[in-house]
Design a protein. Structure first.
Length: 394
């Protein structure tokens, strides 16, 4: 069975009050050859730099061992016996939750000492039948880990939190024992029933914000929430460059017209071809939202029309450092990044006719050939944002 859904993965965090670095670490990796996603949330003991180092060590180790398809019991044993132990409290220095989503769609979760993972099926709580794994040897003998395996369905969500979320508000009148996992679960379920297509980033953000509010906006611990959302993929087509042969112009226009998703055209020549073939008119915009780039244009039925190579260069630059906390502007490159982030399956159609404008030796070296820039953008989207990418040259 091949999975017929896209998996949106996102995480949000708040540092312990007064700390510049988070003691929780979330890592996720898309393994392209196996069409598999592994995500790990680790919470290092305490907070600040030391906690971050311990959590990074744990999360990296968990990701690498899981990648090798070892048995759950073995992964648990290896990680636990590699973790340093606190000499005073005799407990492991960090917790972890590992979610391994195979190409068939099957999900395996292994967890040590984090709040129990929440699984929503639509807006209802789903119980995957957790099993206990008791370690038999090594310095952690007797420790209990939990694991489960289930086949996800479309509109399922996996929600992983650190105890900064479940213990938020502890000692307050509303939550004497902290917010607790069951309250987080019902809060998430209420949010989803109010907005069934709520994105992974938005859900994680709302849970972290509520935990932060429970602590009266001074987080008593690092607060983290990661969400995996199984849903219908959102598709985007990005066309750049004219076809090698003029006879292919009509074919390109037909692909654009019939595409079942959003469409971006990058490049004046590309836009002119589509406008001509579809008998539509390009309307130029004279407002420069980004001083470095020519303004966008408008074409009926197309979501965004921009200049070509310079704008793509800028998209590449933005994506290199882009994360959840970056605020995008209104310029054409920012708009492309926003559309890329809102999409799951991105198809690039790259025209292979050489643009005479770019053959002038006095032009700056940055004007790399279109393909190179697109490949760089595609790699960043795949590696950092788990987007499904496909190419077509025309």
């Amino acid at each position: 069975m091949q999975k017929d859904f896209y998996i949106e993965v996102n995480s949000q965090q708040r540092n312990h009050y007064g700390e510049r670095i988070c003691g929780d670490v979330f890592l996720n990796k898309y393994i392209k050859e196996e069409d598999r996603i592994i995500a790990v949330l680790s919470d290092g003991m305490g907070h600040g730099v030391k906690a971050n180092i311990l959590a990074t060590l744990t999360a990296t180790m968990a990701l690498n061992f899981t990648r090798e398809h070892k048995e759950v019991d073995l992964i648990a044993e290896i990680i636990m016996n590699t973790l340093p132990v606190c000499s005073n409290r005799k407990i492991a220095y960090s917790t972890f939750t590992i979610a391994d989503i195979e190409s068939s769609g099957k999900v395996n979760i292994l967890e040590y000492d984090n709040p129990l993972t929440i699984i929503l099926r639509g807006s209802k709580l789903f119980d995957p039948q957790w099993k206990e794994i008791i370690l038999e040897k090594g310095q952690h003998a007797g420790k209990i880990l939990r694991s489960c395996t289930f086949i996800p369905e479309k509109e399922d969500r996996i929600i992983i939190c650190s105890d900064g979320a479940s213990q938020s508000g502890m000692g307050s009148d509303s939550f004497p024992f902290g917010w607790e996992r069951d309250n987080i679960a019902s809060y998430a379920a209420t949010l989803v029933s109010g907005n069934p297509s709520l994105s992974a980033s938005m859900l994680a953000s709302k849970i972290v914000s509520m935990a932060y509010k429970n602590d009266h906006y001074k987080a008593k611990d690092d607060i983290s929430c990661a969400v995996m959302y199984f849903r219908e993929p959102r598709k985007l087509l990005l066309c750049t460059g004219p076809p090698y042969e003029k006879e292919k112009d009509r074919e390109l226009a037909a692909k654009v017209k019939n595409y079942p998703g959003r469409v971006i055209l990058c490049g004046g020549t590309t836009a002119d071809i589509i406008a001509r073939e579809l008998n539509r008119k390009i309307v130029d915009n004279l407002i420069f939202e980004d001083p470095e780039l020519p303004p966008e244009s408008f074409l009926e039925g197309i979501d965004l029309v921009t200049e070509g190579i310079l704008t793509l260069q800028k998209v590449n630059v933005i994506l290199k450092t882009f994360n959840n906390s970056v605020k995008l502007g209104k310029g054409p490159a920012d708009k492309i990044v926003r559309l890329l982030m809102e999409s799951d399956e991105i198809h690039f159609i790259i025209g292979t006719r050489i643009n005479i404008a770019h053959q002038d030796p006095t032009l700056p070296v940055e004007l790399e050939i279109r393909r190179t820039v697109i490949k760089r953008i595609a790699r960043l989207l795949e590696e950092n944002w788990i987007k499904k990418i496909s190419f077509e040259y025309i």
